[in-house]
Design a protein. Sequence first.
Length: 409
Amino acid sequence: MDSDTDRSSGIKPLGRWLTLVWLTALAGLATLEAANPLEIDAWTKQAVEGDGQAQWQLAQAYEKGDGVGRDVAKALVWLTSAAESGVPEAQYALAENYFKGELGLQRSVPQALEWLRKAALQGNLAAGYRLGEIYFNGYGVEKDYVRAAAAMKQPAMANYSDARVYYGYMAFSGQGMTRDKEKGAAMLRQAANAGQQRALILLWQAYAVGELLPLDVHELQRWLAAGVQDGDLRAHERLGLALYLGQGIDQDRDVARPLLQEAAEKGSVPAATALAQEIGEKLSGPEKAWLTEKEREALILRYNHLAHIVAVSGGLTGMETYIRTITQLTPLSELVKPNAAQRLSMGEDLIEALAWSRIYREQGGSDADILAWGEMGEGWLAAHTAAVERVAQKTRDLRKELTPATAGP
């Protein structure tokens, strides 16, 4: 056989030989890194004499079964001894075991906090970060932003984990410390540039509520993309509008439409307005000559739906717009049709338009806007849902009053 391939394995002999060489080398490295009996004996002697580092090494060996049989009880004994001897890594490890209730310990948040403080005071960044995280989020304790900020400061300055995100946010918002927006924004930008997604989301949220402006268009695009990825409907709306209008970004309506559609369905008036305007241009502009009747009907149906969203979420102006739209775009002959008894009955669209008209009159043009959608988060969806339910009830009431309606033979 003149082939250089071993048919039984599909691996060339030379390649297989190299693989074996590498596996042997790696096995050798693993053996070198593992503790051997002589090291265990030396550590044990030193640990008994009170050497904290030896106690810490033994604790890890017994917990992992490294060079000795795994023994959780002995691991805990030596870990506690090392922590009491002042080894910060051991103090942090003991704290984590108390917090999680592991290594045979009963869960105790107070004990965890005590050991975390001791380790943090010795400069252990992991302990400081963990302590701040617990106080900031209220994990097993009451939230305490002052303590969280104090604990996070050193890890944040050392760029440890995402401590910069926490500390930057607290500085920007003034939680747990004197507010310093410039310092907070700078730290959040550093974290974002280092690839920390949560920092980008926080920068986007600050921008969304008018607290921060981007340095340039490219930064704004990153913030918007982060908001969209996080599922924030405000980001869908703003990025969709920017793409749709070509404001500060290359215009791309194909990408914009899905973003605007999702925002519109959750009550975004600007998104619904932009989409409705595009449909209106098709229905009234040069394109209308090429529309089939079926396409025209589908566009009108879609336009009416978007106008309805504007009515639900746009307050008095939205109501008035919907009333004008529904009664002007669709011919009256289609809104009011003869029923089976040859009496004129009002179609669902007109009944709903009248429902909006009645709500509009009840408002009396006052400034109170009971149908306003919230500007942030769940408030947006909750207010929108409540408005939909209110209008649905009003429509049901009117349907009882108006159907069937009569207007002569």
